[in-house]
Design a protein around this ligand. Structure first.
Ligand code: FAD
Length: 382
C-alpha cells in the first residue's frame, strides 16, 4: 500500500490567511515560478493537494540541458542520445543532436523546492472569487495569484476545462520494474490511431504508455497490450489529460503557467520543459512587481504578451499533430520516418524544436537564490 504523505484528520487545520504571492500547484510550473521569487523577502505560499513530489504527473523525460541548467542533475536517472522508433514496417534509430534524460519526480521536485524560500501547505483548490482563492481548508487572499494546477485550469474566469470537448489529448502509462537502454517510441496505429506509444527506461523502472491526440479514443486497452508486447506487467498506472492548444496565460488578473495555460507542446506532448520555461517567465515578471520595478498590471501584460509571442510555434506543431493523425494509418508514414533518418534534417528539426523553449543561462541555478535579475534582463527587454 502506498503511504499517503498528504495531511489527514487532525493535522488538517484550517488555512485562512493572506500572502504576497499565492502559487497554486507544486509541480513543474508552480515550483519554477517560486524559484524566481527566492530572496525577495516576501511571503510566498505554494499550495497543492499533495505533498511536494508526492504524485508523479508524467513519464518524466526532459532535455538534459534544461535539467543541468536548473541545477537538477541530481534527479537524473538515465540519459539517451538516440531515439528508437518502431513502425509496422520496421525500426529506425534517430541520433539526437541533444540528449534527453529520465528523472525521478520526487527528487526533482525536492531539488526545485530547495531553490525557493516559499512556504508550502497542502490544500485542495476549489475556485476563486477575485483575489481570494477558496480551498478545502479555507480562503487565501493574495494580490498575485498563479494557477499552475494543470490542465483543468481551476482558477480560470469561466467553467473549468472539461474533456472530451476541450482541446485535450490523453495519456496513460504503467511503471513496472525493469530496465532498458533506449528511449523507444511506437508510431503504430495498431496501438493508437492518432498518437504514439512509448517505453522510457528510468534506472530500475520502465515507463510504458500510450498517448492519443483524440480525447475520445481510449488508451487503457492499448497500454495493457503494449505492456504485454514488451513483456512487462501492467502495474502502477499514471495517466491524465494533456492540453494541446495554447490558452490565455493571463486572465482576470491571474497568471497561468504550464498545462493550465496550454503550454504543453502539441504532437510530442512534451510539457515539462515548457512548464519550467513559462513558469520562469511568470516568476520573473512577478519578481519585478515584488522588487517595485513594475505594477501587477504591467507584469500581467508583459507575461501575457510573452506567452502569446509563442502562439505561431504552437500552431505549427498543432498542424503537424493533425498531419500525424492523418498519415499514421497510411503508406505516407514510412516515407516520413525515412526522411527523418537524414541526419541534417533531423538536426534542423530538433534544433528548431528546442528553440521553442530554450534552456535558461548556464548559471541559472546559482542565480535563482541570489537574484533573478540577470535572467530577467532578456525578457524585460521584450
Ligand atoms: C502519461 C503522461 C506522460 C507524460 N510524459 C511526459 C514526459 O515524459 N515529458 C514531458 O515533457 N511531458 C510529459 N507529459 C506532459 C507533462 O506531464 C505535463 O505537461 C506537465 O506535467 C505540466 O506541468 P504543470 O506543472 O503545468 O502541471 P502538473 O505537473 O500536472 O501539476 C499540477 C499540480 O497541481 C496539483 N493540483 C491539481 N489540481 C489541484 C487542485 N484542485 N488543488 C490543489 N492542487 C491541485 C497537482 O497535484 C500537481 O501537483 C506527460 C503527460 C502524461 C499524462
Amino acid at each position: 500500500m502506498p503511504v499517503r504523505a498528504t495531511k489527514r484528520g487532525a493535522e488538517r487545520t484550517p488555512l485562512d490567511r493572506d500572502c504576497d504571492v499565492l502559487i497554486c500547484g507544486a509541480s513543474f510550473a508552480g515550483l519554477a515560478v517560486a524559484r524566481q521569487l527566492a530572496g525577495s523577502g516576501r511571503d510566498v505560499l505554494i499550495v497543492d493537494r499533495y505533498e511536494v513530489g508526492e504524485k508523479q504527473t508524467s513519464a518524466c523525460a526532459a532535455p538534459t540541458e534544461w535539467l543541468d541548467r536548473l541545477g537538477l542533475r541530481g534527479a537524473i536517472q538515465q540519459t539517451f542520445s538516440r531515439l528508437v522508433v518502431h513502425t509496422p514496417k520496421g525500426t529506425s534509430t534517430w541520433p539526437l543532436p541533444w540528449s534527453f534524460s529520465t528523472f525521478d519526480y520526487r527528487t526533482l521536485c525536492a531539488l526545485l523546492f530547495e531553490q525557493t524560500d516559499a512556504t508550502f501547505d497542502t490544500a485542495k483548490v476549489d475556485g476563486r472569487s477575485g483575489f481570494t482563492v477558496h480551498t478545502d481548508r479555507g480562503d487565501i487572499r493574495s494580490p498575485l495569484i498563479v494557477d499552475a494546477l494543470g490542465w483543468r485550469r481551476v482558477l480560470g474566469a469561466g467553467a473549468n476545462v472539461q474533456p472530451p470537448e476541450a482541446f485535450l489529448s490523453r495519456g496513460l502509462e504503467v511503471h513496472p520494474d525493469g530496465s532498458g537502454e533506449d528511449l523507444e517510441l511506437w508510431l503504430d496505429p495498431s496501438y493508437v490511431r492518432a498518437g504514439y506509444s512509448w517505453s522510457f527506461p528510468a534506472d530500475t523502472e520502465l515507463r510504458v504508455g500510450v498517448g492519443s491526440f483524440e480525447p475520445r479514443d481510449h488508451v487503457k486497452e492499448p497500454t495493457l497490450r503494449l505492456a504485454q508486447d514488451v513483456d512487462v506487467p501492467a502495474v502502477r498506472f499514471q495517466g491524465n489529460w494533456i492540453p494541446h492548444k495554447l490558452r490565455k496565460a493571463v486572465d482576470d488578473g491571474i497568471f497561468f503557467a504550464g498545462d493550465s495555460a496550454g503550454h504543453c507542446l502539441p504532437v510530442t506532448a512534451e510539457g515539462i520543459r515548457t512548464a519550467l520555461y513559462f513558469g520562469i517567465a511568470a516568476g520573473q515578471e512577478i519578481r519585478a512587481v515584488l522588487d517595485g520595478a513594475q505594477s501587477r498590471e504591467q507584469a500581467l501584460m508583459r507575461y501575457g504578451a510573452f506567452s502569446d509571442s509563442h502562439a505561431w510555434k504552437f500552431l505549427w506543431l498543432k498542424r503537424v499533430q493533425n498531419l500525424v493523425s492523418r498519415v499514421n494509418p497510411t503508406p505516407l508514414m514510412p516515407v516520413a520516418i525515412r526522411a527523418m533518418s537524414n541526419e541534417r534534417l533531423l538536426r534542423w528539426a530538433f534544433d528548431h524544436y528546442l528553440e521553442i523553449a530554450p534552456p535558461p543561462p548556464a548559471n541559472a541555478a546559482r542565480s535563482a537564490r541570489a537574484t533573478a535579475s540577470h535572467e530577467l534582463a532578456p525578457m524585460r527587454a521584450l
